[in-house]
Every structure is written in structure tokens, then in C-alpha cells.
Design a protein. Structure first.
Length: 291
């Protein structure tokens, strides 16, 4: 009995030690995040008002107090929407091919290799590629669409990898049961595989969107700067929130720095709303399947 008690006491001690290390690691990881959020909220609330959300920087000088980021918020939403419209279908179809059709083939191995390479591409390289090919070679103008092309390059590998992992988690029994009923493979994918993994796919897509929403380097090279509202992302310079924050933070006035903090707060809120939407969609899909 004494030996058993010693072993049990040793296991309890190790369990408490590991649990304490896990909690400590969690605290160490969360403290910088909370510090950044607190700093952005504290400094950004000073200018985060109705005027900031509804006005642009047109006719606002570097030392003026007014102005807002409406043109930048509109530009970011349009650019991210266009990038999502480009990268999400391509990423989904690529992942479906890798999991459902191309297992073990040379083409699937090549695609996986290039996806891994694209995952590590710096964001500035994507911007340089679009600048060199789309703007300099083809002669297209600086525009929000050019920025969306650069952002879509950064989004695609994340969408492919997250969707691929979610599709792999679908049990093969579901596929085999569908095949046994005489359902074609494409219909099995559409009606069985994708609905089963939809919540995870949506979460991965939202993470990809959140990742590119704050990118500055590709927009510096493809979108250019403007203080006016440009609702057409296919022609002319169009501001984005990351560019707005970069531009205002580089100006040596307190009013410009306050606008930069407010822009950072608006960007964080947009990303948080996207993640919240992904969680709600995932819970809705889970509850719908249980019914």
C-alpha cells in the first residue's frame, strides 16, 4: 500500500506541475494580447466617433483636427470582399481535388508543394508580383482590385490548407454509405462531405480573411494613397485601413496619431466581427445537424 501511495502521490505532483506550467504558458501568451488591445482601445477611443466613421480625409490638412476613415473602411471592405471572391472558390476546389480526387498522384504532390511554398511567401512579394505583372506589364492602374489580387495570393494557401484538413476529418464511412446508395461522387461531396465540414471550413476562411485584412505592404505597392472616397475598386487609387493607419502614424502631429489609433481600433473591430460571425455560423450549423 505504501508503494502505491507513493506512486499516486508522485503522479499527483507531476499532474499539478504540468497543469501549473500550462496555466503559466496561457497567462504568458495572453498578457501581450491584452496589453495590445488595451493600448489600442485606450488611445483609439479618443477619435472613434461618428465623424471618424462617416467622413474622409479630403481637404483635411496634416495639422487639422477633423477628418475620418470612412474612405479607408470602405476600401478595406471592398478589397477584402474581392480577394475573398477570388481566393475562396479556388481554394475550396483545390482542397477538394487534393482530398477527394488526387490522392497519391503527381499533380496533387506538385500542388501541395506549391501551396506550402505560397504559405511562406512574404506579403511584400505578393504586392511586388501584382505591381510588376498587373500594373507595369499589363498597364493597369493602381486600384483596389490590384490590391485584392495581392491579398488573394496570400489568402489562397490558408484556405486550401484549412479546407483540406477539415475534409480529411470527415469519416470515410459517410462517403461509403453514400456510394452504396448509388450517389455519384460529386453529389456526395456537395451533399455529404462539404455540409459535414462546413463549420470548420468557414472558420478557416474567416482566419484567412482576418490574416489579410491587416496587410499593409501589398497595398502600398498596388492601391496607392488617396484622401478621397473611391467607391469603384476597379479604377483609381483606393485607401485601405492598414494604409490609413500607416499614413496617419507617419505624420508628426498629435491629431494624425489619434486618427491612426482610431483606425487601428476600427480594423481590430472588423476582424473581431468576422471571427464572431464565423463562430455563430459554426454553432448554427452544429445545432442544425443535431436536429
Amino acid at each position: 500500500m505504501t508503494g502505491i501511495q507513493r506512486v499516486s502521490a508522485g503522479r499527483r505532483l507531476k499532474d499539478r506541475l504540468i497543469r501549473s506550467l500550462v496555466y503559466l504558458s496561457f497567462v504568458v501568451a495572453v498578457i501581450p494580447l491584452i496589453a495590445v488591445l488595451w493600448m489600442v482601445i485606450r488611445n483609439g477611443l479618443a477619435r472613434f466617433d461618428v465623424e471618424f466613421l462617416t467622413h474622409s480625409m479630403r481637404n483635411i490638412g496634416a495639422r487639422d483636427v477633423g477628418g475620418g476613415a470612412y474612405h479607408a473602411i470602405l476600401g478595406t471592405l471592398e478589397q477584402v470582399l474581392l480577394a475573398s471572391a477570388i481566393s475562396i472558390p479556388i481554394g475550396l476546389l483545390t482542397a477538394i481535388y487534393l482530398v477527394e480526387y488526387g490522392q497519391g498522384t503527381r499533380l496533387s504532390r506538385m500542388i501541395s508543394f506549391f501551396v506550402d511554398v505560397m504559405t511562406g511567401i512574404p506579403s511584400v512579394v505578393a504586392g511586388l508580383f501584382v505591381l510588376a505583372f498587373w500594373i507595369l506589364v499589363l498597364g493597369m492602374p493602381f486600384s483596389g482590385f490590384a490590391g485584392a489580387l495581392a491579398l488573394s495570393i496570400l489568402m489562397m494557401p490558408t484556405v486550401v490548407r484549412s479546407t483540406e484538413e477539415m475534409l480529411k476529418l470527415v469519416p470515410n464511412d459517410l462517403r461509403e454509405a453514400s456510394y452504396a446508395l448509388g450517389v455519384p461522387k460529386w453529389r456526395t461531396i456537395v451533399k455529404v462531405v462539404l455540409p459535414t465540414s462546413l463549420s470548420g471550413i468557414v472558420t478557416g476562411v474567416m482566419l484567412a480573411i482576418a490574416r489579410v485584412a491587416g496587410e499593409t505592404a501589398p497595398l502600398l505597392l498596388t492601391v496607392f494613397f488617396t484622401d478621397s472616397i473611391n467607391r469603384n475598386p476597379f479604377t483609381g487609387p483606393q485607401m485601405g485601413l492598414p494604409l490609413y493607419v500607416f499614413d496617419q502614424a507617419s505624420r508628426p502631429t498629435d491629431s494624425a496619431v489619434d486618427r491612426a489609433w482610431a483606425g487601428a481600433l476600427a480594423l481590430i473591430l472588423i476582424v473581431m466581427l468576422l471571427n464572431l460571425a464565423a463562430r455563430l455560423i459554426g454553432r448554427w450549423r452544429s445545432s442544425a445537424r443535431k436536429r
